[in-house]
Design a protein around this ligand. Structure first.
Ligand SMILES: Cc1ncc(COP(=O)(O)O)c(C=O)c1O
Length: 352
């Protein structure tokens, strides 16, 4: 006999990350094709050599505080409102633990799949709302989908995999209409977008903005993320979060990455040029994107066929049929280097 487990866990799906295929170009996980600032590596090696971060010692509170101060400078937000975690994934894990205890969460789909998994793991009930045909949200539908048990809204802006943002007015309307639920704005791709919703945290006690070092800063492998949250939530977060979720090397790396403004600019410029190039040169429907990827509709072909055909040509993209509500004709392509983008355009030209 097996130990009984909660029924909600039985229907969970494993998170499937973008594939890494030897010898192929990986454009499936929206990483930085330039990698991190070269100063990150120097800083890590120097700090280890000089014993500044002894690896046998737990991460120091002082180092965490220094990182939070750097993030405060970068975002223009107060340090008392900033919390850190092992990527946005880690931050979300803690937020869901705080907010969901068998409660509801509203998730406009298609979107990042971790939201629904975390809610289910916490014994909560995700309520899915299908986005409009241009992937924008209907605020009225969102609000009317709420019950007295709704505690979270998950709104990625720019959204993954659709690349579109939500507006300040939409956030205001949701935050004001449902004060007993937290509006979680996931800005993993904020650096590539024209605007940010960070300032909304100062206006409402129920708005949170999530950010990461995995995308524009090229540090996905080190797992560092942060959230700007109302003060009451920052206090709770520190009690609920596992201790030492961000390791000493990741802290040093994130601080060095924040200081290299030139590398951030270069990474963002590369994405903006590449995004425009792909949008203009892929002879199919490409949705407008504010992120470091583009979403392409390959209908009447199936996304799985196109995924396989691109893989044969040495290019790994994301087949979006695994995203709830995305249908079976959408492909997400991370913006790469100039050469990588050229390879994508050539491959599409030969396929379509
Ligand atoms: C919208 C969104 N949020 C969060 C993440 C994960 O971020 P992190 O690497 O900081 O955990 C991703 C990764 O692709 C994403 O697309």
């Amino acid at each position: 006999m097996q130990v009984p487990i909660r029924p909600a866990l039985k229907e969970l799906k494993e998170y499937k990350p973008g594939k890494l295929v030897k010898g192929a170009i990986k454009l499936s996980s929206n990483e930085n094709p330039l990698g991190p600032s070269p100063k990150v590596l120097t800083e890590i090696l120097d700090s280890i050599k000089e014993g500044e971060i002894p690896l046998s010692v737990y991460p120091w509170e002082r180092n965490e505080e220094e990182l939070i101060e750097e993030i405060a400078g970068y975002t223009g937000m107060k340090k008392d409102n900033i919390v850190i975690g092992a990527g946005i994934d880690g931050v979300l894990d803690t937020l869901v633990k705080i907010l969901i205890n068998g409660d509801d969460a509203i998730i406009p789909v298609p979107t990042f799949s971790l939201y629904e998994s975390l809610v289910k793991i916490a014994g909560g009930k995700p309520r899915y709302l299908t986005r409009k045909s241009d992937f924008s949200i209907s605020v009225a539908d969102l609000i009317s989908a709420c019950s007295e048990k709704t505690r979270m809204f998950f709104l990625a802006s720019p959204n993954n995999p659709t690349g579109n943002c939500i507006s300040e007015d939409e956030v205001r309307e949701i935050a004001q209409s449902v004060p007993e639920a937290m509006v979680i704005i996931d800005e993993a791709y904020a650096e590539f977008a024209d605007s940010s919703l960070l300032k909304q945290v100062d206006e409402y006690e129920n708005v949170v903005v999530l950010r990461t070092f995995s995308k524009a800063f090229g540090l996905a492998g080190l797992r560092v993320g942060y959230a700007v949250v109302p003060k009451w939530l920052a206090n709770l977060y520190k009690k609920v979060s596992m201790p030492f979720t961000v390791n000493s090397i990741a802290i040093i790396a994130a601080m060095a990455a924040l200081k290299d403004k030139k590398h951030i600019r270069k990474s963002v410029e590369l994405v903006k040029h590449g995004r425009k190039y792909l949008t203009e040169n892929l002879q199919l429907k490409v949705y407008p994107s504010q992120a470091n990827f583009v979403l392409v509709d390959v209908a009447p072909a199936k996304s799985s066929e196109v995924y396989d055909a691109l893989l044969k040509k040495g290019i790994v993209v994301r087949n979006c049929s695994s995203f709830r509500g995305a249908g079976d004709s959408l492909i997400r392509i991370s913006v790469g280097t100039r050469e990588q983008n050229d390879r994508v355009v050539e491959a599409f030209d030969s396929l379509f």
